[in-house]
Design a protein. Structure first.
Length: 215
């Protein structure tokens, strides 16, 4: 069984997917699987994906939430990570997580860097904390710059499946409802100050929508 399952939903990201996959496939830690969910992409993204040894799930376009849900349902790893296809991770992220994880940790939080189109970036090296209950962890994490972004958490798959967690479909900012619930329900949560995720800020991304019905 792989230690980690990295789930990458793909939809019209031919400009970014190579950089994303390169960062994921070049990890210094080897015991992991990569699941790419083709969410009905209409550009050349999947032609690029074909050059990598990853598991591919094809579906009609249903949105990011549905893609994450199907990816999680097919995961075999002990821990699930969600990576957005226009972002990248540091090449030693999995190694850092493997070293930091303790027995039966339900959730581990790592930190992010916001990367802008002009190449400027902002690091958010939040204060780490040792293993504690989900309720106590939430009190700490809610003071972080970003609380709800799924890509900065590794979630124990057995815990994820037992609680029947799902991302709400047809919404933007779908993480808002689920991630706080995952934190609160977890028995053991840990946070490391290591910045392992590069979060690209795009002016035309779904995260910048003004459609508040979807939000």
């Amino acid at each position: 069984m792989p230690k980690f399952s990295i789930i990458i939903p793909v939809y019209n990201v031919e400009k970014y997917i190579k950089e994303c996959l390169d960062s994921v496939m070049n990890q210094t830690y080897n015991n992991y699987e990569v699941i790419v969910v083709n969410d009905g992409t209409k550009d050349r993204s999947m032609d690029i994906v074909k050059n990598y040894e990853v598991k591919v799930i094809n579906q009609e376009n249903q949105g990011l939430s549905a893609a994450r849900n199907i990816g999680a349902s097919k995961a075999k790893g002990e821990y699930i990570l969600f990576v957005d296809s226009d972002d990248t991770i540091e090449t030693d992220l999995l190694q850092r997580l493997d070293k930091a994880l303790e027995k039966d940790t339900d959730l581990i939080r790592y930190q992010l860097r916001e990367v802008y189109e002009d190449k400027e970036s902002i690091d958010y090296k939040e204060e780490s904390f040792s293993t504690c209950s989900g309720e106590n962890a939430f009190k700490k994490i809610c003071k972080y710059h970003i609380v709800e972004a799924a890509p900065v958490y590794a979630i124990r798959r057995e815990f994820f499946e037992k609680e029947k967690f799902e991302f709400a479909k047809g919404m933007v900012h779908e993480d808002f409802g689920l991630i706080p619930l995952i934190i609160m329900k977890a028995k053991k949560v840990k946070s490391i100050s290591y910045i392992g995720y590069n979060y690209r800020q795009r002016s035309n991304s779904i995260m910048s929508t003004n459609d508040y019905k979807k939000t």
